[in-house]
Design a protein around this ligand. Structure first.
Ligand SMILES: CC(C)(COP(=O)(O)OP(=O)(O)OC[C@H]1O[C@@H](n2cnc3c(N)ncnc32)[C@H](O)[C@@H]1OP(=O)(O)O)[C@@H](O)C(=O)NCCC(=O)NCCS
Length: 178
């Protein structure tokens, strides 16, 4: 398994993973939208890395510079179903972190939606005690926020109802250590 920069020849395979893994929430409703997302990650200022096993793309992570390059948004991250749970997601995030640091980044952050009622902060009205709900969050059905916590990310905020009532977005950030 190697981590390498995404190039033109891997676009279709990468888009297929994105399309399939997010099919249940309709984030990329068809292959065209998935291909467009992957193509956009090839913009000059961005980072776009894939995990490759032989000739097969197994995962993808993208990074977008914000705040003058001091803060990098991780978007998106996906590992193909049959390769999940083998440490590929961790490898991709750590490599993104390393490269963002080399480019002057201090922080990596992301929003991780809860559209499928996977945590204790979904399906309910979070107002007015938003912070208390955030502090007491529990993972009910394998929401990936815990994956990020294992890599050193901390929950820094949330957006109630980001994806409809009771479907928040969870914000996580990590100081980049290189
Ligand atoms: C979330 C995702 C990227 C994780 O990638 P992965 O390669 O399966 O994860 P890894 O094998 O590197 O896991 C690293 C650690 O996180 C844990 N972990 C992984 N997914 C987890 C989850 N959903 N909930 C809790 N812990 C999780 C693993 O058990 C492992 O723990 P360990 O170090 O104690 O053994 C992958 O499952 C995925 O692509 N899911 C679908 C798309 C998605 O949700 N993307 C993220 C959107 S924000």
């Amino acid at each position: 398994m190697r981590i390498t920069k995404l190039t033109e020849k891997w676009i279709l395979q990468t888009a297929e993973i994105l399309y399939k893994e997010f099919a249940d929430i309709d984030a990329w409703p068809d292959m065209d939208s998935a291909i467009q997302e992957v193509q956009e990650s090839l913009s000059d200022n961005r980072l776009s890395l894939i995990a490759v096993d032989g000739d097969t793309v197994t995962g993808w992570v993208g990074g977008i510079p914000t705040y003058g390059g001091r803060v990098w948004e991780l978007h998106p991250l996906v590992v193909a179903r049959k390769y999940q749970g083998q440490g590929i997601g961790r490898l991709l995030v750590l490599e993104l972190e390393k490269r963002a640091k080399e480019l002057g980044g201090l922080t990596l952050w992301l929003g991780s939606d809860d559209e499928k009622y996977q945590t204790s902060i979904s399906g309910i009205d979070l107002y007015p005690d938003v912070w208390q709900h955030m502090r007491d969050i529990r993972n009910i059905k394998n929401h990936p926020y815990e994956f990020y916590q294992k890599l050193g990310f901390v929950i820094v905020g949330l957006m109630p109802d980001a994806n409809g009532f009771g479907k928040p977005d969870i914000y996580l950030a990590k100081r980049i250590l290189g």
